[in-house]
Design a protein around this ligand. Structure first.
Ligand code: PRP
Length: 213
């Protein structure tokens, strides 16, 4: 039997995904070694391979078929906009995509002023402001610590993930608008979905059963 390959997002999401799979009877012993620097692991019993990638790259591996399935955040899936099927909401990794900034920026949003928006998610931000709000904005792409931007005067607001809200609070910023709720999702390569439909459906069903329990 051919291996099914699953791309996981390195870090907390991978841990939570493997915990869920363990409940469904799928365990990958070599992945449990906390010291390991390996990136790819095999579960011979179930003919599965798992590999750890950066979240942003998971949709790429799945689109090209290097992985049959992938697990990553809805934020990454929306931003990458790859040709993949989104098939299951895992219900963990919950957070929100928000427009945030200093309280004074609320007026700029209300009056649809031409503002600058710093973000790691230019596609999501552009779609939100241009298509949903019909507001002209300048998007400035950053790669992290986006909360800095309005504090140091790079942008008026940010469009970023809010989980606990601590980062905003500790930097004197607030949520101004909510763009969408987010959580971890399973994505599938469209060709794999067709060729390995039975195995993939069975895997998704057992994951879904655990989630719904
Ligand atoms: C994310 C996000 C926020 C923070 C939100 O950043 O971009 O900065 O977490 O979490 P909170 O609401 O619980 O404070 P991440 O930790 O991924 O780091 P980065 O900004 O450097 O990418």
């Amino acid at each position: 039997m051919k291996y099914l390959t699953i791309a996981l997002t390195k870090g907390r999401l991978a841990g939570k995904t493997m915990k869920l799979l363990a409940q469904a009877g799928i365990e990958c012993k070599e992945m449990q070694d906390p010291e390991t620097r390996k990136l790819i692991f095999t579960d011979e019993k179930n003919r599965l391979k798992f590999f750890l990638a950066k979240g942003q790259d998971v949709p790429t591996y799945v689109e090209y078929g290097a992985a049959d399935l992938g697990v990553t955040g809805e934020d990454t899936i929306l931003e990458e906009n790859r040709r993949v099927y989104e098939v299951l909401d895992l219900g963990f990794g919950k957070c929100r995509m928000c427009v945030a900034g200093p309280a004074q920026a609320a007026g700029l949003l209300r009056h649809k002023e031409q503002i600058t928006v710093a973000t790691k998610y230019p596609r999501i931000a552009r779609d939100y402001f241009h298509n949903r709000k019909n507001q002209t904005v300048e998007i400035i792409k950053l790669n992290g610590s986006v909360e800095l931007a309005p504090i140091v005067g790079l942008s008026d607001v940010i469009c970023d993930i809010v989980e606990t809200g601590t980062t905003l609070k500790e930097n004197g910023l607030i949520v101004l608008e909510e763009v969408c709720p987010l959580s971890a999702r399973v994505i599938v390569n469209p060709v794999s979905m067709r060729m390995e439909n039975e195995r993939i459906s069975c895997l998704l069903r057992s994951m879904n059963d655990i989630i719904e329990k």
